[in-house]
Design a protein around this ligand. Sequence first.
Ligand SMILES: *[C@@H]1O[C@H](CO)[C@@H](O)[C@H](O)[C@H]1NC(C)=O
Length: 212
Amino acid sequence: MFLIIVVLIGFVIFAYVVTDKGSGRPVPNRAYLDYYLPDYSGWLKDRVASDEYWRKISSCIRDSDVCRKSGRVVGGFPESVDEYYRRRLSPIESGCCKPPTECGFTYVNETTWNPIDSAFVVNNRDCIRWGNDQEQLCYNCNSCKAGVLAGLRKSWRKVSVINIVVLIILVIAYVVACAAFRNNRRMDNDEPYEQTRMEKARPSWIRLKRGI
Ligand SMILES: *[C@@H]1O[C@H](CO)[C@@H](O)[C@H](O)[C@H]1NC(C)=O
C-alpha cells in the first residue's frame, strides 16, 4: 500500500513537471487557439519533437482521420469561413489540420486553404510546410507538434486529477489502518490476550454473584 502511494505521488509529480509549461495562444477574431512549439519545453517536448518519434506520432494522427472528421457539412456545403472561425478546435485539429492563422491563407474548407504570397513575409516555416494534399496538411508543422503536446498536457492533467483523488482515498485508508493497528498493539501490550480481560472481569462478576 505504501509503495502504491509512493508510485502515485511520483506519477503526479512527473506529470506536472513534464507538462508544466505551455498552452495555446488566442488569435484575434477566432474562437480557437493557435499552437506554437517554442511555448513548450522539457523532456516531453524533446521526445515529441524528435524526428524519430514524430514520424510515428504524425503517421498515427494521419491514420486517425482526425482532420477529415473535423470537416462539417452545412446544408450540403462545407461550413462557411465564419462558422469555422467560431469553432473551438481541439489542439490537434488546430495545430495539424489547418495552417497557422498568421500565414493569412484563405479558407476553402476545413482542410483546404489557399496560400497567398504574403506567406513569405511571415517568419513561420509552418506556412511552407502546409500542403492542401490531404495526406500532407500540417502534419509536419511545428504547430502540429505543439498541438500534440497541448493535447497530452490536457489528458495527463485529467489523469493526475483522478490520481490525486485515488491518492487521498489511499492515504486516508492508510492512516486509518495504521491507527487501528497501533491501537490494537497498545491493547495487546496492556492485556496480551482477549481471554485475560474476560478472566479479570469474571472475579467481580463471581463476587457479585456470591454476594447475593
Ligand atoms: C476539402 O476539399 C478538398 C478538395 O476539394 C477535399 O479533398 C477534402 O476532403 C475536403 N475536406 C473536408 C474536411 O471536407
